[in-house]
Design a protein around this ligand. Structure first.
Ligand code: AFD
Ligand code: MN
Ligand code: MN
Length: 390
């Protein structure tokens, strides 16, 4: 099968914070056996990768995941075939002993001291990433305002741009800076980096190693995300993706659980964009950014990994030539038929074949259940588990 090769190369990074049960502000329900430290988080990603051969990287969040012995951490990951994807900075929470509070923002703060502290934190994150072999940093800013008048938009954006430029100037040559955006939450009136246009502007202002990162949950309902993807690739500024799904907001639900057709349409633009890459957009960074309260986190991630690969393979099946012709002819109905023909193909046998070739589990979810992996983890790590990060 010709598609198998393309699928094998397609790896998705797992965020360290999705390995434990997430929660809401109302409560958190532990699954038991969740990882309590970085070593155990890497073990879990190693397990996902062994089962699927599609999760060959982990994305760390600093300070939650500071390695005590970076070379040992590197060795452990390498032994499991796991690479270090983007490192993430955290200026949305105050840390013990910190001189300035982020209550009123970080890179946008009116206080120079707070901005300095947030910049220095990002520089430290880059250093830690370098020790592990990461090649990118993702900056997501919670900065904004919850009430009109609270913040001067222009000053906040100027501060943020200057700070990002300073972080960018410390970026090693072979690194990339990813800038996330989000329309609301935790601030509910305005976010400094509210949308892709603002992120794009900031990436432009930084330079050629800076890119916009699209998190699927960071859009207002019904936003045409596939069109954003198309625009960013055509501008050569799409850095990567945080996959999840949502019905209302940043719900961080399992990928493909709510809007699988939208996911397919996004992949259709990604595949088209990367095959017609006139602006020289570099290869994209793929990551899951989901976490919630109900499922076994590893089962949830297995489902997300499968959904991503299904959408990817379906997008590879789109008859691009026929679609281009139908578009030229103005044959709207045929355009839809062509997309649906790909979307309605059951590509799971292709995914099984790809896993068979690599000696992974034919059906990772079933295998995980049959082996009672969660029970083993609970026996090893205990049923009273520690929250990872958020
Ligand atoms: C946020 C963003 C961002 C951030 C993460 C923290 O999506 O990726 O790093 O959650 O947990 O909503
Ligand atoms: Mn994200
Ligand atoms: Mn989010």
């Amino acid at each position: 099968m010709p598609l198998v090769g393309e699928i094998l190369d397609f790896q998705v990074a797992i965020p360290s914070w999705a390995l434990g049960a997430g929660g809401t502000r109302f409560g958190r329900f532990s699954t038991g056996g969740e990882p309590a430290n970085l070593e155990q988080k890497i073990e879990d990603v190693g397990l996902l990768h062994a089962l699927t051969h599609s999760a060959g990287a982990i994305s760390l969040h600093i300070p939650w995941d500071i390695p005590s012995d970076p070379s040992a951490t590197r060795e452990q990951a390498a032994s499991l075939g796991i690479a270090f994807d983007a490192v993430n900075s955290n200026t949305f929470q105050d840390q013990p002993g910190q001189a300035f509070s982020y209550k009123f923002g970080s890179l946008c703060h009116t206080s120079e001291g707070a901005r300095r502290q947030a910049i220095d934190h990002n520089l430290q994150v880059i250093e830690i990433g370098q020790q592990l072999g990461s090649k990118s940093i993702t900056v997501w800013l919670a900065d904004g305002a919850s009430f009109p008048g609270q913040l001067n938009f222009r000053r906040a954006l100027d501060h943020t741009r200057n700070a990002l430029q300073e972080i960018y100037s410390a970026l090693p040559d072979d690194w990339r800076l990813f800038i996330e955006y989000k329309p609301y939450e935790p601030n509910f009136y305005s976010m400094v980096v509210q949308d892709w246009g603002t992120s794009f502007h900031l990436a432009q202002a930084c330079g050629e190693k800076a890119f916009t990162l699209v998190d699927l949950g960071h859009h207002l309902p019904n936003t045409n995300i596939e069109q954003i993807v198309s625009t960013l690739i055509s501008l050569g500024k799409l850095g990567g993706f945080h996959f999840n799904d949502s019905k209302y907001g940043d719900d961080d639900l399992t990928v493909g659980s709510i809007k699988p057709y939208q996911l397919f349409l996004i992949f259709n633009e990604l595949v088209y964009g990367m095959k017609n890459n006139t602006a020289g957009n570099p290869p994209l960074a793929w990551m899951i950014d989901a976490s919630h309260n109900l499922k076994d986190p590893l089962e949830d991630l297995l489902q997300s990994l499968e959904a991503i690969r299904i959408a990817y393979v379906q997008a590879l099946l789109v008859d691009q030539r026929a679609l281009a012709n139908a578009q030229l002819e103005g044959d709207v109905a045929l355009c839809q038929e062509i997309l649906h023909a790909a979307y309605r193909t059951d590509v799971r046998p292709i995914l099984r074949e790809a896993r068979r070739v690599k000696g992974a589990a034919l059906d990772p979810f079933l295998f995980y259940r049959q082996q009672e992996v969660r029970n083993q983890l609970i026996r090893e790590r205990g049923s009273k588990t520690v929250a990872t990060g958020l």
